[in-house]
Design a protein around this ligand. Structure first.
Ligand SMILES: Nc1nc2c(c(=O)[nH]1)N[C@H]1C(S)=C(S)[C@@H](COP(=O)(O)OP(=O)(O)OC[C@H]3O[C@@H](n4cnc5c(N)ncnc54)[C@H](O)[C@@H]3O)O[C@H]1N2
Ligand code: MOO
Ligand code: MG
Length: 420
């Protein structure tokens, strides 16, 4: 059985990581949209563009606590030769003044308040001295320095004009975006739905998290890893347990999952072992198998296909391979389905700190740590890099991408990194 599979494995047509990514992204179908209250929209992607329905600010806004003045009145003011202005109004934020400031006059004004007509600048308290504030006498303000026209006044629309684009469709709603939605009075917003992702693990060795260890058996840690990854990427994970070793039964479970969920992820069973049933399942499947081998390590048997336009990501069972498959393919696919504009994201360039001299035809994604040193990024391989290892994933903050090379990579070479 595995001999036959091994033969077939040899003949599997490997695609490059770039081709595989292209194939996956080409088949991304947008989810339907839904209208959400903005507080529920955080982390989603906007389905519509947002146009400014008002200028910001929509009034001439004071930028300091002080006095609204006519700048020309202050032109000769110095500490030694202060000038005195009559205070004719007191304007807290949220109110408007009915006064028009005339030469020789000013109005007390607070940060964020509407600058009154006639005034063209605000002088901050620290440059003034007040007299008779809160008494019946004529209040005056002694100005000890000059301001220029426009000083400490935000003109109408300086931030954004009415009719201008505020947010593009496809942006992820985070703190800044939600602030803008609120600013424009948008209480509910049209976003893409989250894909619901079925997660199925294969392997008779798997125990669930609450089960005690048994000889030769391990806990199903990958299903939890994929769950976390799906949540992290914005989807809704649904752990469906384990697929049995019987291909027909497995097919039925996978098809049932497709009937309900938007994406199906299987874990393990894509290599050539006797019980690697996902390979068998996808090989004569009436779904559309797109690739079952990628020129990458870890994760070379990563498999992808479509069932009625819904994607199947059959990830390798080795934990690091499973992780890399999630990051490279599942993440952009889910984000694309949710309407993200920029997928896949650009990678960063970093200097490799230590040599990695293994030759390889495949692109290696090695676990690394990258940081900024003297203004440039430096990436250091963690070193404990087998596909079967989970622990070093904990220590990595990036995947260092090393495209296939006959001699490997020297310290000091520029390499791409994918932040995790
Ligand atoms: N003769 C060959 N053997 C293997 C080849 C090959 O080309 N020829 N490829 C190797 C590579 S590379 C990889 S990667 C793995 C892929 O294995 P599978 O995707 O078939 O995964 P399994 O056989 O099911 O499991 C592999 C490994 O991972 C553990 N595992 C599986 N599922 C889970 C889970 N949910 N949680 C935690 N750990 C899991 C499993 O116990 C195995 O140790 O094949 C190589 N073999
Ligand atoms: O393709 Mo596998 O994940 O290297 O060990
Ligand atoms: Mg296997």
């Amino acid at each position: 059985m595995s001999g036959r599979k091994a033969q077939e494995n040899f003949m599997r047509t490997a695609v490059s990581v770039e081709e595989a990514t292209h194939i996956v992204m080409d088949r991304v179908r947008l989810m339907d949209t839904e209208e959400l209250c903005i507080t529920q929209s955080i982390g989603r992607y906007l389905a519509v563009e947002i146009i400014a329905s008002q200028p910001v600010p929509h009034f001439r806004r004071a930028g300091m606590d002080g006095y609204a003045v006519i700048a020309a009145d202050t032109s000769s003011a110095t500490i030694r030769n202060p000038i005195t202005l009559n205070v004719v109004d007191n304007i807290p934020a949220g109110t408007t003044s009915s006064m028009t400031i005339r030469p020789g006059e000013c109005a007390r004004i607070m940060t964020g308040a509407v600058v009154p007509d006639g005034a063209d600048a605000v002088i901050k308290y620290e440059m003034t001295e007040e007299s008779a504030y809160g008494t019946d006498e004529q209040e005056t303000c002694c100005v000890k320095g000059m301001v220029i026209p426009g000083e400490n006044v935000s003109p109408i629309g300086i931030e954004i004009g009415s009719g201008e684009l505020v947010l593009q469709a496809g942006v992820r709603i985070g703190p800044a975006e939600i602030a803008l939605l609120a600013m424009f009075g948008i209480a509910t917003v049209q976003v893409y739905q989250q894909p619901r992702v079925a997660i199925l693990a294969t392997g008779a060795e798997l125990l669930d998290v609450h089960e005690p260890l048994q000889p030769g058996r391990i806990r199903n840690s990958n299903a939890y890893m994929v769950t976390a990854a799906v949540m992290d990427f914005g989807g809704i994970p649904v752990m469906l347990g384990r697929i049995s070793d019987d291909v027909e039964k497995a097919k039925a479970i996978v098809m049932d999952a497709f009937a309900v969920y938007d994406v199906v992820v299987t874990i393990g069973g894509v290599s050539v072992g006797d019980h690697d049933i996902i390979y068998d399942l996808t090989k004569d499947w009436d779904g559309d198998l797109k690739f079952n081998k990628v020129l990458m390590r870890p994760g070379s048997p990563t498999t992808y296909g479509l069932w009625n336009d819904k994607p199947l990501f059959a990830l390798s069972g080795n934990p690091a391979a499973c992780y890399v498959g999630c990051r490279l393919f599942l993440r952009p696919a889910l984000r694309g389905m949710m309407g993200a504009k920029l997928v896949p994201e650009p990678r960063m360039l970093a200097t490799l700190s230590t040599a990695y001299l293994k030759s390889d035809r495949s692109t290696r994604f090695i676990r690394g740590v990258f940081s900024s040193e003297k203004g440039s990024l430096v990436a250091t391989p963690i070193g404990y890099d087998m596909s079967s290892v989970t622990v070093s994933l904990r220590d990595a903050n990036c995947l260092i991408c090393l495209p296939g090379s006959p001699k490997g990579y020297e310290a000091g070479e520029l390499v791409e990194v994918i932040p995790l």
